[in-house]
Design a protein around this ligand. Structure first.
Ligand code: GLU
Length: 513
């Protein structure tokens, strides 16, 4: 059987990191089995449409390296991929009509005021959901079940607005198998008569979602746990359409929880703890509020992908570092956790660090380069930058560290560490003078010749390593930690290295030590 999965975001706001994980699990299953991975934009709720949200999804998935096989901008066999376009193409109407004809749905003419009144009445009578429409109330309302066919026709002819509602049977058991939650049971009496088509003729999420999953031949519905409670209605729709035999497998992913384990990971908690809940940065088109994303914070998409995959999936072995191909190979729905997983930012940092360490400098070059430019430095040549990356990658956690923690690659120190400066005493100065002279006279400038001068100066001045290395690091970088001083000197070159030693001798006041 061909595996067909889909990621079906609604463009009602910026894609949350939980949504990215949903997309990723779809992707991993698709990568494992082949088949199709459809990106479908569920934009039937025009009131909640947020400009830019669809572009945000596309850019986020592209950044993460989550490639769908069909979707907006990537036409395949089951387009169009925006539900608004599918609606315009008249795709949903026949299905709504089929349900009405078959007695599974009906027309309802109630005004918002009438619905509110019923909602209040139901709530007052102690009905938990307060839903105005169900088997208990539908006969008291204005619809094609309670009105005569002539009355219904007269209302339609008069242009009265109406919705189409699901006729939820009173006594049906709804049982479905979920790959994560196993058997899930509902009873139809718990469900209300949901609107399937709105008064403007637009299908609601439920109708469009089920019709599209069917038309697109979706075999696995992988989505967040918050949709579990909609699934019985979807199952009833499959039944009503007579599609039960081809019903997809359901996979409801557990929530990603706040680090303290309390509740779904929220933007509020992220803000409080200083991390994002968005893959990339987002500017709210209404308020202009800007939120940074993991990309801007300096995470590599490969690290993010690895981390997110393991946030809710347990591959059943100790291997933690896995690329997309390896994860796809090991992926299985049975190993998806059935309870929420805490978001652990330190773990993500560890993944990032590990990926940065393992990366080829040339791979990091395109992401580090703009950071150098953004910090206001002249961008050095690629070969220089690659070597700087190579020297730093063991020490970096987030990409901006490549610039912040090693400004000395891009400019001479503008200040000197106070504690180290206090130890820049007469002997250290003498050693630095001697070293600068030796370096000026060097005809080859590489690590070997630099080490030779190091050995020579130690002998001549009768000092140990520390009396050379510490003042040299201070002169070259101004800071106490970083890659080896000779590696730095080899990279920045003879003139620059000598100039930095001379500048240090001039600018650092005579130490006390
Ligand atoms: N449009 C829904 C969402 O925004 C999709 C749920 C589903 O995958 O069925 O999450």
């Amino acid at each position: 059987m061909e595996v067909v999965v889909r990621f079906a975001p609604s463009p009602t706001g910026p894609l949350h990191i939980g949504g990215v994980r949903t997309a990723l699990y779809n992707y991993l299953l698709y990568k494992k089995h082949g088949g199709r991975f459809i990106l479908r934009i569920e934009d039937t709720d025009q009131n909640r449409f947020v400009p830019g949200a669809e572009e945000f999804v596309l850019e986020s998935l592209a950044w993460m390296g989550i490639d769908f096989s069909e979707g907006p901008g990537k036409e395949g066999e089951s387009g169009p991929y925006r539900q608004s376009e599918r609606h315009k193409a008249g795709l949903y109407t026949p299905f709504a009509e089929q349900l009405v004809r078959g007695g599974h749905a009906y027309l309802a003419f109630d005004t918002p005021e009438e619905l509110d009144a019923m909602r209040e009445k139901m709530t007052a009578e102690g009905h938990k959901s307060g839903a105005p429409y169900s088997f208990a109330t539908r006969h008291q309302m204005k619809n094609s079940l309670s009105l005569t066919p002539e009355e219904v026709q007269a209302r339609i002819d008069a242009g009265e607005p109406y919705v189409i509602r699901m006729l939820m049977p009173r006594k049906e058991e709804i049982r479905f198998y979920d790959e994560v939650h196993q058997w899930v049971m509902f009873h139809s009496s718990q469900l209300d008569d949901k609107v399937l088509v709105k008064s403007d003729g637009m299908p609601t999420y439920h109708l469009a979602n089920v019709v599209d999953d069917h038309l697109m031949g979706v075999t696995h519905v992988i989505r967040g746990e918050e949709w579990l409670s909609s699934t019985p209605l979807h199952v009833m729709l499959y039944r009503a359409f007579g599609w039960e035999r081809s019903i997809p497998a359901f996979v409801h992913l557990p929530l990603i929880l706040n680090p303290n384990g309390e509740g779904k990971m929220s933007k509020r908690m992220g803000d409080k703890l200083g991390f994002s809940v968005f893959p990339i940065s987002w500017t709210d088109p209404e308020t202009g509020n800007h939120s940074f994303g993991f990309r801007e914070a300096g995470y590599l998409p490969e690290a993010m992908m690895n981390f997110l995959a393991l946030l809710g999936w347990n591959p059943g072995h100790d291997e933690e570092i896995m690329d997309a191909a390896r994860m796809a190979e090991a992926f299985s729905l049975e190993k998806v956790n059935n309870s929420g997983t805490k978001f652990d930012i330190d773990k993500l940092k560890w993944f990032n660090q590990t990926y940065i360490r393992a990366a080829k400098p040339a791979h990091l070059l395109p992401v580090v380069k703009p950071l150098v430019a953004a910090a206001g430095f002249a961008v050095p040549e690629d070969a220089f930058l690659e070597e700087a990356i190579h020297l730093m990658q063991e020490r970096v956690t987030l990409l901006p560290d490549f610039v912040q923690d090693c400004r000395f690659f891009f400019e001479a120190p503008t200040a000197y560490d106070a504690k180290m400066s206090s130890k820049f005493g007469p002997k250290e100065r003498e050693v630095m003078e001697g070293l600068a002279t030796k370096w000026e006279n060097l005809t080859t400038w590489d690590l070997d010749s630099l080490h030779a001068t190091f050995e020579a100066i130690k002998l001549e001045m009768e000092v140990g390593n520390g009396k050379v290395l510490a003042p040299l690091r201070l002169a070259l970088t101004g800071v106490p930690a970083g890659p080896g001083a000779f590696e730095i000197a080899a990279l920045i070159g003879k003139n620059e290295s000598v100039a930095r030693i001379r500048a240090a001798l001039k600018n650092i006041p005579l130490g006390t030590a």
